[in-house]
Design a protein around this ligand. Structure first.
Ligand code: FAD
Length: 317
């Protein structure tokens, strides 16, 4: 059963997690450790992020730097296959436009199809570090919707060079990203929701939200989406706070607000342990309210937060 069919079916609020591939040069053990810790709560599926190629300057001799490029967290497809085999639950690799040509994306779809991994999250991806706007690759896509079309065409057997094949028997099913506090580049919320609706019309079957700390923002977003005619499941994504630096980092990186009540508590914290305790308390309250509202799943962003998510899941699931 695809994630989309599962989400649309009647069931108690599911638990799902998102993991990052390890940094280049590190093994997969840390990913296993995170998941082993959270397996007792029966994750319905596991998402795996994808990271674009970055420009890196390496010091080759004193004061002399060489410009190279590398993917600092490669391996999404392989990790999706490894986790599916090890845990026997569906995995959802993120497929991104950023840093990839259409040909590379087509080859990735072929690999995933051979592996029997047919649930995807389709995204534009982050802009390159140091660039002040998103620049697509030569022969790449400008927006997630273009990749949604590529995946939908691939399902129909249409390759990017126009070659036609039989439609896939095991079709890809995919979700897309949504932003309860608006995507940073959108001129306004209404336009952002118009773009989201277009991605659904291009084949996306559900939405996963950017993290938020104020449930009211999520509920208002869902209402606006419904009014705009978006009727697919909208999965809330949440992340427990774990460190003092997140006070500045989260708003800057993700263009989200921390609600006043949380901000006041955060100001009182003097150590990361204080923040972790607050993050668990806040996360439990958020998850309980979302669950009570009957959301189909709560998606936990697990980076550096496995212990906190475990504590939240214990209290809520
Ligand atoms: P888009 O849908 O392309 O939207 C980007 C902006 O363009 C928005 O402002 C939108 O309103 C606008 N827009 C959309 N379509 C059009 C159009 N046709 N014409 C004009 N404007 C348009 N990033 C990664 O690099 N790797 C990941 O694994 C990853 N995982 C994520 C998971 C989730 C759940 C979320 C919420 C985000 C994730 N991101 C990831 C970050 C995401 O890639 C960025 O937020 C990116 O800037 C936008 O991606 P998008 O898919 O929403 O893009």
């Amino acid at each position: 059963m695809s994630i989309a069919s599962y989400l649309a079916a009647d069931h108690p609020t599911a638990f799902s997690i998102e993991v990052l591939p390890p940094v280049r040069g590190k093994g997969i053990e840390q990913v296993f450790k995170t998941i082993d810790r959270l397996m007792p709560f029966n994750p319905a599926y596991i998402n795996i992020t994808t990271h674009r190629t970055e420009v890196i300057y390496r010091e080759v001799s004193a004061g002399i730097f060489q410009r190279t490029t590398a993917r600092m967290r490669p391996g999404t497809v392989a990790i999706a296959a490894a986790l599916k085999g090890r845990y026997g639950i569906p995995t959802v690799p993120h497929v991104i436009c950023s840093g990839f040509s259409r040909t590379e994306l087509e080859n990735e779809l072929i690999d995933l199809s051979y592996l029997g991994i047919t649930d995807l999250l389709v995204l534009r991806g982050d802009r390159a570090k140091g660039e002040n706007r998103f620049i697509a690759e030569n022969d790449g896509h400008e927006h997630a919707i273009d990749l949604c079309h590529q995946v939908s065409n691939f399902n129909r057997g249409r390759m990017i060079d126009g070659e036609e094949h039989e439609a896939l028997k095991e079709k890809f099913s995919f979700g897309v990203a949504g932003y309860p506090e608006k995507h940073e580049e959108a001129m306004n919320m209404e336009i952002d929701i118009e773009h989201l609706k277009a991605k659904i019309e291009a084949g996306a079957e559900y939405v996963v939200t950017q993290m938020f700390f104020d449930n009211a923002r999520y509920f208002a977003f869902v209402e606006r989406c419904r009014t705009a005619g978006i009727n697919v499941p909208i999965i809330p994504g949440i992340k427990p706070l774990t460190s003092l630096t997140q006070q500045a980092l989260l708003p800057k990186t993700f263009h989200i607000d921390l609600p006043m009540e949380l901000a006041k508590e955060l100001r009182r914290c003097t150590s990361n342990d204080d923040v972790k305790a607050l993050g668990v308390e806040w996360g439990i309250a958020q998850a309980r309210e979302l669950k009570a509202a009957g959301v189909p799943s709560i998606h936990f962003y697990s980076m550096n937060a496995a212990a906190s998510i475990e504590a939240i899941a214990k209290a809520v699931y």
